[in-house]
Design a protein around this ligand. Structure first.
Ligand SMILES: [Zn+2]
Ligand SMILES: [Zn+2]
Length: 387
């Protein structure tokens, strides 16, 4: 099985500069079974980007996918109206969740597109859509089995365990610890998982002081579950909207003291379980491999040359990913020293605003360097990941 994270944020999308590395889209995880069946866990705003990728991948071929919604809070359904494959009659989607207190799965999803919340209602989505109440705890696919258990969250929530060919992925988000029944549910669900994706919205201090009863968990509880259930890889998920990239790095550092195989999910993270390739914290080169966007922003780069002499060079950003950047330099930086990469694109931003923080140099580690022939001279193509 393979999985890919399209949205990792909890509660509300947060497209701000300080969340750029981990991403601001809300919950959406794609799982592919060995035979290629598509299983989608939650439809937050990350679902929109998944739709675009599926269109690219399938071209004129029809798309069939199984969609599982942990519950109906906005951060788990808001991508649905913007998921383009739902507007093509050739496609087919099977939505699964539990019925709400006052409505069925179908009603719960149609209501977010009803007048006056959305310009068209769900009937303009021409793809075949089927809605299933999760009543049985186990659902079988061609080459995978999905099991569910109730989690502890306002208005209810379910966690999912997908098993295929001896591999196990567990997705348990929006779960508050402290209820004996649910605590036991989530440990049973996670038993021996290759990958556990778990709600780590708050720090233990935030939880104890301000967030009890809000329906979410902490990295500390995530670690407890991972250890007790003998999980191989823990992925912290559903990041708080107010937790910046730097803050998340701190959380991962804390969590690693108790459980080494832990990462915080970022948009674009892919895990191929059959190849066991991510059953360790991914290295910097892998983090660089996420999607790149082309940007032309002036940069100021400071570092040390191979001769140990410091340099400062103005250049232009060529492209940017969540994890790193690529640009050209005349200087030849030493491979083992960090580079300070300063974005100079928004010098008018008021002090203290999120945009002004962009101007702080981002410590960056060089991962690849090669000569680039330009009409007048040779420069060095520099790929870095942000630290
Ligand atoms: Zn949520
Ligand atoms: Zn929720």
């Amino acid at each position: 099985m393979k999985l890919r994270f399209w949205g990792v944020r909890g509660s509300t999308p947060t497209p701000v500069a300080e969340n750029f590395r981990y991403g601001g889209n809300t919950s959406c995880v794609e799982v592919r079974s060995p035979k290629g069946e598509i299983i989608i866990l939650d439809c937050g705003t990350g679902f929109r980007s998944l739709g675009k990728q599926l269109l690219q991948e399938y071209g004129h071929r029809s798309i069939e996918a199984y969609v599982f919604l942990s519950h109906y809070h906005w951060d788990h359904i808001q991508g649905i109206p913007f998921f383009e494959p739902l507007y093509n009659p050739e496609n087919c989607f099977y939505f699964h969740s539990f019925p709400g207190h006052r409505c069925t799965v179908q009603q719960a999803l149609e209501e977010q597109m009803s007048d006056p919340y959305f310009p068209v209602n769900m009937s303009v989505m021409e793809a075949r859509r089927q809605f299933h109440n999760i009543e049985n705890e186990t659902i079988s696919f061609k080459d995978a089995v999905l099991k569910t258990v109730p989690l502890n969250h306002p208005q209810g929530c379910v966690g999912f365990r997908i098993e295929s060919g001896g591999s196990v992925i567990v997705y348990a988000t929006d779960n508050e610890p402290g209820s004996a029944q649910h605590d036991s549910n989530v440990r049973r669900l996670a038993e021996g998982a290759d990958v556990l994706i778990y709600d780590a919205q708050y720090t233990p201090l935030e939880y104890v002081n301000f967030k009890k009863g809000w329906g979410h968990s902490t990295w500390r509880e995530a670690v407890n579950i991972a250890k007790e259930a003998q999980v191989k890889q823990l992925v912290l998920f559903h990041h708080d909207p107010d937790h910046s990239d730097n803050f998340l790095e701190t959380i991962v550092g804390e969590a690693q003291k108790f459980f080494p195989n832990v990462v915080a999910a970022w948009e674009g993270l892919e895990i191929d379980i059959s190849r066991k390739e991510h059953l360790h914290p991914p290295d910097q080169a892998e983090r660089r491999a996420s999607n790149r966007e082309s940007f032309k922003i002036p940069l100021l780069v400071q570092g040390k040359g191979k001769d140990g002499i410091p340099f400062v060079e103005h250049t232009t950003l060529e492209n940017l990913s969540i994890r790193g950047a690529y640009f050209l330099l005349e200087n030849d930086p030493a491979p083992d020293d960090l580079l300070d990469v300063e974005f100079l694109g928004r010098t008018n931003a008021p002090d203290g605003s999120p945009a002004s923080k962009l101007l702080r140099p981002i410590k960056s580690q060089l991962i690849r360097k090669y000569p680039v022939e330009l009409p007048d001279k040779t420069k060095h193509g520099i790929a870095v990941v942000f630290r």
